[in-house]
Design a protein around this ligand. Structure first.
Ligand code: 5AD
Ligand code: SF4
Length: 465
């Protein structure tokens, strides 16, 4: 039986063929894996579905439609999703009308193959096909499996206001571009998210203004490589670079914190750094993935920079924004990595003194340059050992960075109650460090000055002054 109701409401707008349904009361449960971009995509998806009458639910058992927004970056990210799909399969046995959709990067990578592999999946929708979701859900509801994995050169969902369904009401992600043109040898993203395209700057600014009006206090501008953002204004022919966009967003409100991710070492300009230094509300924190400290590895990874170039960028950050926190991503055990290459990574980490790092074992991904041209020849136990050594160095570096903060005072944006105690607030410094402190008479969304008194490995602890 179809779970859809015909649109019999004559006062409702007429729907085009692309959106022929009003799904009154159909409940959607959504799980999101992977990066911040995926979190924001799920919000775009909810917006598209809500416009068609779907309703978001946090209760899995109430759902008529379950969507899993997936990640393909490493093999284990896909395995986790397969595990979840097994759980949904059991639910569907009990409730056959339940529809299950796989969206995002894994949908794009596996396409129809996913329907063969996972028999209970009803729809497979890639990152550029979300506008088609209402129609595809309807098709799946009438018993025909639905797939749309077309990638687009233009789609940026620029006109869609994401529904912040899982937000703290304080911080929001704003996507400024989609896709990636970098073709790093290990990376599946260009295949799952397609080529790079920038979003209309006016729509970004409009979204930020709306967020400010709604009481949001922090936006994070998202792109795979924000430094290559570029938009030519249709009316004024103005060229808008990332540094210009950053300044425009910062000017929306001095009360609004502005963050961004991710920067690429080969493209990050001094202009961006000067813009960060100029506006107090642009947070002093840069995520600058190094991936490796060995120039030979970086070349094989097709990163487009050497160790020396990377250190030159770090020097520029330190010179222009001395108080800036620097974080990174590191891959252990990439193809042919020697002990010496690995030592280069450890020494780079110490030289930079990262505040924080995301650290991974190399995972070969189908279709990538590395999979086609190189041998994944580092034994698993060597990858594991090298990753552990990388983690151990980072633990030391993070502890040192935390200790340096003891006794100092930072402006903190209050984001919510601490997980451990309702009497405590949790917030972050401009440098993106988590701080826990007694709540006093303040409320969520306010800025307070907090003096750091103690720290754990992940958190600063202090009190409001
Ligand atoms: N294996 C391991 N880590 C990877 N990353 C990207 N592709 C792979 C892969 N195949 C890491 C990189 C990137 C982060 C998002 O994920 O460090 O910056
Ligand atoms: Fe994000 Fe990359 Fe994972 Fe896609 S594959 S969800 S772009 S991290």
């Amino acid at each position: 039986m179809s779970v859809f109701k015909e649109n019999t409401n004559t006062s409702a707008p007429k729907f085009s063929m692309a959106s022929p349904v009003v799904a009154n009361d159909l409940k959607v449960y959504m799980e999101t894996y992977g990066c911040q971009m995926n979190v924001n995509d799920s919000e775009v998806v909810m917006s598209i579905l809500e416009q068609q009458g779907f309703e978001y639910t946090t209760v899995m058992d109430d759902a008529d439609l379950i969507l899993v927004n997936t990640c393909s970056i490493r093999e284990n990210a896909e395995q986790r999703v397969r595990g979840r799909l097994n759980v949904f399969r059991l639910m569907k046995r009990k409730k056959p009308s339940l529809l299950i959709g796989v969206i995002g990067c894994m949908a794009e990578r596996l396409k129809e193959q996913l329907l063969e592999e996972q028999k209970m999946v009803d729809l497979v929708v890639g990152p550029d096909a979300y506008r088609d979701l209402p129609q595809l859900v309807q098709q799946a509801g009438s018993g025909r499996k639905a797939v749309n994995v077309l990638l687009s050169r233009e789609e940026t969902y620029s006109d869609i206001s994401p529904v912040r369904y899982d937000s703290n009401g304080i911080s929001a992600f704003v996507s400024i571009m989609r896709g990636c043109n970098n073709m790093c040898a290990y990376c599946v993203v260009p295949y799952t998210r397609g080529g790079e395209r920038s979003r209309d700057a006016q729509t970004i600014l409009r979204e930020v203004r709306e967020l400010v009006e709604m009481g949001y206090k922090e936006v994070t501008l998202l792109g795979q490589n924000v430094d290559s953002y570029h938009w030519t204004d249709t009316y004024t022919s103005d060229e808008i670079s990332f540094s210009r966009l950053l300044a425009l967003v910062a000017q929306v409100s001095p009360e609004l914190r502005v963050r961004f991710s991710t920067s690429h070492p080969k493209d990050m300009t001094d202009e961006v750094l000067y813009t960060m230094a100029k506006y107090p509300n642009i947070c002093k924190s840069i995520h600058l993935p190094a991936q490796s400290g060995s120039t030979r590895m970086l070349e094989m990874m097709k990163r487009g920079y050497t160790r020396e170039w990377y250190l030159g960028r770090i020097e520029a950050i330190r010179r222009i924004i001395p108080e800036c926190a620097i974080t990174t991503d590191i891959i252990a055990g990439f193809c042919s990595e020697t002990e010496e290459d690995h030592q280069d990574t450890l020494s780079l980490m110490r030289e930079v003194g990262y505040e924080f790092a995301f650290m991974f074992k190399y995972s070969e991904r189908p279709k990538t340059y590395a999979q086609r041209k190189y041998q994944d020849d580092i034994p698993e136990e060597v990858k594991t050992r090298r990753l552990q050594e990388i983690i151990d160095v980072q633990i030391e570096l993070s502890a040192e960075a935390k200790k340096e903060k003891l006794g100092k005072t930072f402006e903190v944006l209050i984001e919510g109650a601490s997980k451990k105690s309702d009497d405590q607030f949790v917030g972050r410094t401009s440098q993106n460090e988590v701080v826990v402190f007694p709540r006093g008479t303040y409320s969520i969304g306010q800025y307070v000055n907090v003096k750091v008194e103690r720290c754990t490995s992940a958190t600063l602890i202090g009190s409001i002054i």
